[in-house]
Each structure stands twice: as structure tokens, then as C-alpha cells.
Design a protein around this ligand. Structure first.
Ligand code: HEC
Ligand code: HEC
Length: 76
């Protein structure tokens, strides 16, 4: 068990690098300030519209889709 930690650290490092590489050079658009978006803050809420087959699906090329608000901030 004590020998597995370098592997875990390496795995985490790779994930972090991939995460930033996949978003490099692109700025996430702000969340529009309209009635559609008022009061929504959780992933589940976003996905009720921004999922395949729903009202406003994300592009296939969209970066990782976990935790929308980490990248998308509310428009001022
Ligand atoms: C009630 C349905 C609905 C919900 C819930 C919703 N959206 Fe949207 N969203 C839309 C629609 C429709 C559009 C496109 C029209 C517009 O700009 O309002 C849009 C547009 C956007 C845009 C702008 C895209 C662009 O090209 O500028 C972003 C960013 C976005 N949504 C993020 C989110 C996030 C993050 C959440 C959760 C906090 C969320 N949305 C929740 C329906 C929804
Ligand atoms: C890792 C950061 C990141 C996360 C997490 C993220 N987005 Fe995005 N999003 C972006 C970037 C960057 C773009 C611009 C993509 C482009 O220009 O091709 C974008 C674009 C969008 C757009 C515009 C249409 C499209 O598909 O390009 C919408 C709507 C959107 N995101 C909603 C969401 C929702 C809803 C979630 C959560 C389920 C989410 N995003 C999670 C970074 C992120």
C-alpha cells in the first residue's frame, strides 16, 4: 500500500495537465444575465438545458463538462 502513492501523484498530475491543455487559448463565455439563468448554480440545474437533446446542448468540442461554474462566471 505504501508504495502506491507515487503512482497516485503521477496520475493526478496527468489529469491536471490534460485539464488545462483542453481549455488552452479559449475563454469560457459568461453566463448570460437573463431569466433563463437566474438562480441556477449547480451542475444539475445547468444540464437540465445544456445536455444532449435538451434546449441548448453543448458543442461536441466543449471542454470537460464537470462543475460549470468553475469556468463560467455570471455576466456583470
Ligand atoms: C432554462 C434552461 C437553461 C438553464 C437552466 C441554463 N441555461 Fe445556459 N443557456 C440556455 C439557453 C437557451 C441559452 C442560449 C440563449 C441565451 O443566451 O440565453 C444559454 C446560454 C448559455 C451561455 C452562453 C453561451 C454563449 O455562446 O455565449 C452560457 C455560458 C450558459 N448558458 C451557461 C449556463 C450555466 C453555467 C448554467 C448553470 C449555472 C446554465 N447555463 C443554465 C438555457 C439554459
Ligand atoms: C473547463 C472549463 C469549463 C467547464 C467546466 C465548462 N465550460 Fe462551458 N465552455 C468553456 C469554454 C472554454 C467554452 C468556449 C468553447 C469554444 O469556444 O469552443 C465554453 C462554451 C460553453 C457554451 C457555449 C456553447 C458551446 O457549446 O461552446 C455553453 C452554453 C457552455 N459552455 C455551458 C457550460 C455548462 C452548462 C457547463 C457545465 C455542464 C460548462 N459549460 C462547463 C469552458 C468550460
Amino acid at each position: 500500500m505504501t508504495k502506491s502513492w507515487p503512482l497516485i501523484v503521477a496520475g493526478a498530475a496527468i489529469l491536471i495537465v490534460l485539464f488545462f491543455a483542453s481549455t488552452a487559448g479559449k475563454k469560457p463565455p459568461a453566463i448570460p444575465r437573463d431569466s433563463l439563468h437566474a438562480g441556477h448554480k449547480t451542475n444539475e440545474a445547468c444540464l437540465s438545458c445544456h445536455a444532449p437533446g435538451k434546449q441548448a446542448p453543448l458543442k461536441d468540442t466543449h471542454p470537460p463538462k464537470e462543475q460549470c461554474v468553475v469556468c463560467h462566471k455570471q455576466a456583470k
